[in-house]
Design a protein around this ligand. Structure first.
Ligand code: AHG
Ligand code: MN
Ligand code: MN
Length: 315
């Protein structure tokens, strides 16, 4: 397991892995910039103000000081990277355009701090990143060229895909991301289920689905943080996450551009599936930057069962 320089496979750092996978130079630069920015986000989580920022985001949700700080850290890094044409953030109302130095450039949709309301109870949270070519931010998720997340948990880990498998990295004591596992796959049975949203608002089809999972003996694993909840399914290679359509909330809660699309890209790359209950998440045409959708994401078998039970429900 060592190469000609005696480096064990698992000391491969993120930049070297991207190069060895022949990832385009500016995309490599972009992914490494985001990885680097995560160190400042970690620091702000560990030491920052847990209070509210006194402002609200596009969804009318109160922004925490940490949301705004993480957003600023990322926006600045993306702006000065020289390879980003435009960004959209969960914490900003509109698309922001930059003057990239390079013609080979990208656009980024990101959730700077997903699950930020969990910081004060010391639960795991994350940064979610969707990357597309040029300035095609409102394209379908299928058009993404890369997706990644950073998970700030007991350990800090990073998961990325550029369309050739999903690869996990861990942050070492020097704050470098080194390879933990390549080509992660979701191929196991279900085992765990992660049911988001209020159960009393589940439609009949969703209620039947969850009861079937429970009758199969699935274990409930729901932290309220999208990144750790999906990470668990990727790392264990099995399971299903759902944040479904609800009575009175037909579109569910999760945001298409910077939560569902990047996670669906990773899950499909790992051999799983991601559906809104009727069609693949990655095939949804986003009408607006704040588009939301219901989601069933994880092992193919369970997503197919969910579609069978809910596809024809009126929402
Ligand atoms: P954010 O903190 O970026 O607003 O996102 C939180 C999301 C996601 O992390 C999680 O899956 C979902 O909210 C949980 O929603 P509920 O609190 O309704 O369960
Ligand atoms: Mn979020
Ligand atoms: Mn967020």
């Amino acid at each position: 397991m060592t190469d000609e320089r005696g480096t064990t496979k698992f000391q491969v750092d993120l930049r070297r892995h991207l190069r060895e996978c022949n990832v385009e130079r500016n995309l490599t630069r972009l992914i490494c910039e985001i990885a680097d920015a995560s160190k400042y986000i970690i620091n702000s989580i560990r030491t920052g103000d847990l209070g509210v920022a006194g402002t609200s985001n596009l969804y009318g949700e109160k922004q925490l000081a940490l949301d705004v700080l993480a957003d600023r850290i990322l926006e600045k890094r993306l702006k000065y990277s020289g390879v980003v044409a435009s960004v959209i953030s969960e914490e900003q109302d509109e698309i922001i355009s930059f003057e990239p130095e390079h013609s080979e450039c990208y656009s980024v949709a990101y959730d700077p701090l997903d699950g930020s309301s969990l910081v004060d109870v010391n639960l795991a949270i994350g940064t979610i990143i969707s990357i597309c070519k040029g300035d095609a931010l409102l394209g379908k998720g299928r058009d993404q060229v890369a997706a990644m997340y950073i998970l700030y948990g007991p350990r800090t880990t990073l998961m990325y895909s550029t369309g050739n498998g999903v690869h996990e990295f861990g942050m070492n004591q020097l704050m470098e991301y080194t390879l933990v596992k390549e080509n992660i796959t979701i191929d196991g049975d279900t085992g765990i289920y992660s049911p988001g949203g209020q159960r009393n608002l589940y439609t009949e089809g969703v209620e039947r689905y969850v009861r079937l999972l429970e009758e199969q003996g699935c274990k409930l694993r729901y932290s309220g943080g999208f990144v750790p909840d999906i990470n668990q399914i990727l790392v264990k290679g099995k399971g299903i996450f759902l944040y479904p359509h609800l009575k009175g909330k037909p579109e569910g809660k999760l945001r298409l551009l910077y939560e569902l699309n990047p996670m669906a890209f990773l899950v499909e790359q790992a051999g799983g599936a991601a559906s809104d209950g009727r069609m693949p998440i990655l095939d949804i045409e986003p009408e607006t930057i704040d588009a939301c959708a219901p989601v069933f994401m994880g092992s193919k078998k369970e997503v197919a069962l969910a579609q069978e039970l809910v596809a024809n429900e009126t929402r």
